[in-house]
Design a protein around this ligand. Sequence first.
Ligand code: SF4
Length: 147
Amino acid sequence: MEKIIVSGCLYGYHCRYDGKDCYSEKIEQLKEKAILIPLCPEQMGGLSTPRYPSEIVGDKLINRKGIDVTEEYHRGAKATLGIALENGVKYALLKQKSPSCGKDRIYDGSFSGTVIEGSGVTAKLLQEHQIQVFTEDEIDQLFGLLK
Ligand code: SF4
């Protein structure tokens, strides 16, 4: 069975900035097809839960209080990559629009809910290491790749 990295919040962990989850029922079907590795890059980077939400501003990660949390985000991304490489992971299912997990679409840094093109730091790092990233809206594509 393939091993797949999954955003902890999609898996049901209460690891979102607001202490909630974003559980997706399709995770149950995915469990039958693959070995899932749920994790939260922001927690692994040392951020607490709950925490202030952050957005990407240029090459930095800034939280809603104006504090620079770039280091924590990159630490979490590297830790995620390390686990992926140790486990021979080829695929990741990550929560869209997150400054860590988002793929192709993220918030614009103004904390106004505006979405722009771009990826979160963890999604980007995984892709740079040939790990294919899917959002929760692309889970059917991921199913198509699993035996
Ligand atoms: Fe979910 Fe990823 Fe945000 Fe953690 S960093 S709460 S796993 S979207």
